[in-house]
Design a protein around this ligand. Structure first.
Ligand code: HEC
Ligand code: HEC
Length: 381
């Protein structure tokens, strides 16, 4: 495949070339970012990067044809009232999981707890591009939100885990995260008068084991539901719950902007793995696990957009600082390469459309509605 658009990721060089071609001249070169707003319709730049592939053109046409009436939109975004079967744990299990999640006993140097990188007021992610592990070193990827884990079926940015209970001991034992071997963890908890009594009460006759620790942590994390927001009131039928800008943004999301191709359903994710054309940093994501599938090179899990306004910076590498810049990325369509999803193409959004999309995404954050979400960011020292 010819890749004439491979260099298009640099907005400055792209605009520069276009401006020069258009004969506008050198005066604009210095303040590249200031000329961005002058571009009303980046669609006119399409030709520069080469025509859309037939797959992209097909997806673009499909996006424009999606029904946007309120009845069909509402039907697609209704939140379930209850946790799924199998995700409900008893009160004592959840309480023990809460305690473990906040305890530095689970890290080798007792410097960090799960909550260090999964903060309640950052939608259970953190606000760093690279969180700092117990060994003092930055991790390779950004932390993920833990909202609505009970409905998830693939875990981590590359989906290398397929169950929540199976994955929780991962961060504890990993030398790149909490750095405490599971044997040492069991010893610590068994020798702690407080934890050993807790475990005896909740898992009588079994006590602390990797399985009971996972069970309690998973039971707790399954309760971390995203708060219902004004958007959910709109879905329930309250026409006035969203502002006109938010509603326009929601329609763009489902139509022209094509976001729903991947961020679908009430959690705003299809849990698929896609290359959205971010700059190559050497991390091949899902592609490292399934190297034989070309489309998975640089593919990462589609994140939920619930609580998205609270957890900048964005993407697996924290490379995009704001929601406005996220929209600019999608508007440009991403780096063209063989793995780029055909659902990525230049969108040709006007300035108003961009700000409507951002307004809509902000409507997916809301006030805390449960005790857990109101949990103070108390980090045990
Ligand atoms: C030092 C920071 C750090 C600590 C401490 C930490 N995590 Fe994470 N967590 C991350 C990062 C970074 C990722 C994404 C890693 C990846 O995809 O490779 C992640 C991902 C996850 C996910 C996957 C979410 C999803 O959507 O797939 C879960 C669940 C999780 N962590 C739970 C925990 C639990 C439970 C603990 C404590 C035992 C913990 N984490 C401790 C940084 C941390
Ligand atoms: C082809 C599938 C696809 C399309 C289309 C798509 N996204 Fe995404 N989105 C993803 C994936 C995959 C990621 C994570 C990418 C990564 O980190 O490498 C992501 C990440 C994001 C993030 C960052 C969230 C976070 O927690 O880091 C936001 C915000 C976002 N998308 C919004 C949108 C909006 C708005 C649109 C429409 C303009 C859109 N997306 C279109 C798949 C898609």
């Amino acid at each position: 495949m010819a890749r004439p658009g491979a260099g298009r990721e640099e907005p400055c060089s792209r605009l520069r070339g276009w401006r020069l071609l258009a004969g506008v001249g050198m005066v604009l070169l210095a303040g590249c970012s200031t000329i961005e707003p002058l571009i009303e319709s980046p669609a006119s730049l399409d030709g520069e990067g080469g025509a859309l592939t037939s797959e992209q053109a097909e997806q673009k046409a499909r996006a424009a044809a999606r029904p946007l009436d309120h009845v069909s939109l509402r039907a697609k975004y209704r939140r379930p009232a209850e946790l799924p079967d199998g995700a409900r744990a008893s009160g004592p299990v959840v309480a023990l999981g809460h305690k473990l999640f906040h305890s530095t006993e689970l890290s080798g140097n007792r410097r960090i707890a799960c909550v260090t990188c999964h903060l309640p007021n950052a939608a259970w992610a953190d606000r760093k591009a690279k969180p700092i592990a117990d060994n003092g070193r930055p991790m390779a990827r950004r932390s993920q939100t833990l909202y609505d884990m009970a409905w998830a079926s693939a875990f981590l940015w590359d989906g290398r885990q397929d169950s929540l209970a199976g994955m929780v001991s991962g961060p504890i034992a990993s030398p790149d995260i909490m750095g405490l071997s599971l044997d040492a963890m069991v010893q610590r908890l068994a020798f702690s008068p407080e934890f050993s009594a807790d475990f005896e009460r909740v898992y009588a006759g079994v006590g602390p084991t990797p399985e009971t620790v996972s069970d309690a942590l998973a039971g707790y994390m399954n309760t971390l539901r995203s708060p219902a927001t004004r958007f959910d009131r709109w879905v329930k039928g309250d026409e006035r719950a969203l502002t006109p800008a938010e509603l326009r943004g929601f329609k763009l999301f489902n139509g022209k902007a094509n976001c729903v191709a991947c961020h679908s359903g009430w959690r705003f994710t299809d849990e698929g793995f896609r290359d959205i054309g971010l700059k190559d940093t050497g991390d091949r994501g899902r592609g490292r696990i399934k190297p034989q599938i070309e489309s998975l090179a640089f593919a990462f899990k589609t994140p939920t957009l619930r609580g998205v306004a609270e957890r900048a910076p964005y993407m697996h590498d924290g490379s995009i600082a704001t929601l406005e810049a996220v929209i600019d990325h999608y508007d440009r369509g991403g780096v063209r390469r063989p793995s780029l999803s055909p659902d990525m193409f230049p969108l040709g959004l006007a300035a108003q459309e961009k700000s409507d999309l951002v307004a809509f995404m902000r409507s997916l954050s809301g006030p805390a509605t449960s005790a857990h979400q109101a949990d103070p960011e108390a980090m045990p020292q």
